[in-house]
Design a protein around this ligand. Structure first.
Ligand code: GN1
Ligand code: MG
Length: 342
């Protein structure tokens, strides 16, 4: 079946194989190998999770607009440009109403789930900074919201309060301390909303594993996972880097002793990102950047916790308490951020 789908995009002589690829929580990704013009060539085939992205065509329109824009900029990284279907659209819909898309596969690259040095944090933040900088001139009104209210902290908080009413009772009881922690700190969502920061073209998922690095030189090669590139505020991208680059532990590490925000990494993120973006940001953005890490980390805790309470309907999980472990982890990180200057 995968062979048939890939054929809707490209021609090839032989379909060699397709193997599951990557660690994303949302879409399903396969690395495909085909023989084309007597060479073995790889592609990245993805099934879009259309529970999450209810209008896959919208996602693809944003991505192609972004890719086209970047190709006209002095952008230092490779651009993830999707392949259109032979018939013209961006996504193939199969008999089971799944949506599929095809991307080039960037050879000789690796991803990291944790940042390994301050130097790497700097380079990665600079790469996401270059991405933001090259998108500075995009007319945001042309970008569609692929997930409405995605980083709207106030809307997420309101949904969370509704979830508390419909939560699985045993889970609500088990997670009562975490629920309280989220509610105790809820003012941050109002505080950020009140800043009324300008809308920009924002990646909205600047986790360290959404950046490909060259296997040999360890230099950033490409920003990937462009599904949530849409209008948003700069604190989203800066904050998600702080959330994922500064902590030595994975997002689902159980040993909370290992979960902390390391100030030297926070410094590296800031220097790397601002080396590209400083002159483009307005004073209100610069002054509040530091709050982005806390804001994104609490929002992530709320999202994992809400999903746990609803019975794991959104994120892929590997075991029944996985989302609660993730929420505890993110709350530990948030508290570590509260204890430090940022
Ligand atoms: C999801 O698919 P992945 O792992 O790149 C999520 C992000 C979260 C992240 C948490 C569309 O991203 O918002 O920050 O998990 N993406 C969506 O690890 O919800
Ligand atoms: Mg991803």
């Amino acid at each position: 079946m995968l062979e048939y789908i890939v054929r809707q995009f490209i021609d090839f002589q032989l379909f060699v194989n397709a193997v599951p690829f990557g660690v994303g929580h949302i879409n399903d990704t396969f690395k495909v190998e085909v023989r084309q013009n007597d060479r073995l060539v790889h592609y990245l085939l993805q099934r879009i999770n259309h529970q999450v992205f209810q209008q896959p065509e919208r996602v693809m329109e944003n991505i192609s607009l972004i890719a086209q824009h970047l190709s006209h900029q002095d952008y230092p990284l490779k651009i993830l440009t999707p392949f259109p279907l032979k018939l013209g659209a961006w996504v193939h819909q199969d008999a089971e109403a799944n949506y599929w898309r095809l991307f080039p596969f960037f050879e000789n690259t690796i991803t990291f789930d944790k940042v390994e040095s301050e130097e790497q944090a700097y380079k990665a933040a600079k790469a996401f900074g270059a991405f933001a900088k090259s998108l500075n001139e995009v007319d945001v009104s042309r970008l569609r919201a692929t997930i409405p209210g995605f980083h709207d902290g106030q809307a997420r908080l309101a949904q969370f309060k509704i979830i508390l009413q419909k939560a699985i009772p045993e889970r609500l009881q088990e997670a009562s301390a975490e629920v309280e922690m989220v509610l105790d700190n809820q003012l941050i969502f109002n505080k950020i909303a009140k800043l009324n920061l300008p809308l920009r073209a924002i990646h909205h998922d600047t986790k360290i594993n959404n950046l490909l690095f060259d296997k040999d030189t360890l230099q950033p090669v490409a920003v990937v996972d462009l599904d949530t590139v849409m209008p948003g505020i700069i604190l989203s991208d800066f904050g998600d880097m702080v959330r994922t680059f500064t902590c030595p532990a994975d997002e689902d590490e159980v040993d909370l002793e290992k979960v902390e925000m390391r100030p030297s990494y926070n410094q590296a993120v800031s220097e790397g990102f601002l080396s590209e973006m400083r002159t483009l940001l307005i004073p209100a953005e610069l002054e509040n950047l530091g709050e982005g890490g806390r804001w994104m980390t609490l929002m992530q805790a709320l999202r994992f916790l809400g999903d746990y309470l609803m019975g794991d309907v959104y994120y892929k999980t590997k075991y029944p308490g996985h989302n609660l472990i993730r929420a505890k982890n993110q709350l530990a990180l948030f508290h570590s951020m509260l204890r430090q200057d940022m």
